[in-house]
Ligand binder design. Structure first.
Ligand SMILES: [Zn+2]
Length: 258
């Protein structure tokens, strides 16, 4: 299985990070770790270098951080992203998007939108997939992506449960990454019911979404796959095979053969 969205750089893994990754290598094909804060890039890069062909990175700025990270720092980070992309060190741009759950003030929401559009343009400039965070702003995100020319381009909606938007996702040829949250969310279950498996990949958003407040790991992709299999009335192996294929094509992964 492939976890298309995790955060291995988080402090939660400081004590045993490499041990965790070594354990994952025995059971999974790959993990995509999403650097969502400029301060996390050095550590992320280190994890990727130590685990070449298994851990892959994306780079972005989580929309929630709009209040805390000065615009000059974000501008400087764009140049770092360009450099790493040209060196072939990243497989996507994100997280990028909007977060209306944690950010309620209009002034900051406007700033999020401005930054989101810059990130969309950067994804196009570098010809890399866009990984979208859209908490409580699903429709706004979809509209901005469509208007900004992302129809038919590589877009991955992460932690997405707005099943009413499935027809547009299908028409636009985008992907949705489904995590263990499917166990609790009716919206995600309906989305999985209506979206073809060819447009679904797996994710965990680890270290979040662990069982009962425990630290999560990319192994939780298995929980998501189990539920998808149940809804689609197919075997877990079929879910694994198709979502792996989708993830490899979406991110253009060059896996290390075992
Ligand atoms: Zn995330």
């Amino acid at each position: 299985m492939i976890d298309c969205h995790a955060h291995l750089e988080q402090d939660d893994y400081n004590k045993d990070r490499q041990k965790v990754v070594d354990g994952l290598k025995k059971k999974m094909k790959a993990v995509i770790t999403c650097c969502a804060d400029p301060k996390d890039w050095e550590r992320t890069k280190e994890i990727v270098e130590k685990n070449k062909g298994f851990v892959f990175a994306t780079m972005g700025v989580h929309p929630e951080f709009i209040k805390d990270i000065p615009i000059e720092d974000i501008r400087a980070f764009f140049d770092v992203i360009r450099k790493e992309a040209k060196a072939g060190n990243i497989v996507g741009i994100g997280e990028q998007g909007l977060d209306y759950h944690w950010v309620k003030e209009f002034i900051f929401r406007d700033k999020q939108k401005e930054l989101f559009m810059k990130f969309i343009d950067l994804s196009k400039e570098l010809d890399l997939p866009a990984i979208i965070h859209s908490r409580d702003a699903t429709l706004e995100c979809v509209v901005i992506l469509e208007e900004r020319g992302m129809k038919g381009r590589k877009v991955l909606l992460h932690l997405f449960g707005d099943h009413k938007l499935v027809p547009r996702i299908i028409a636009n040829g985008w992907y949705v990454s489904v995590g263990p949250g499917i166990q609790r969310s009716k919206g995600i279950r309906k989305l999985v019911r209506d979206l073809p498996l060819s447009q679904i990949v797996l994710e965990t958003d680890s270290p979040w979404f662990g069982e009962e407040g425990e630290r999560g790991t990319p192994l939780n992709t298995f929980k998501a796959a189990e539920k998808i299999a149940e809804i689609k009335k197919i075997s877990i192996e079929e879910v694994e095979k198709q979502t792996d294929k989708n993830a490899i094509a979406f991110y253009g992964l060059k896996l290390k053969s075992k």
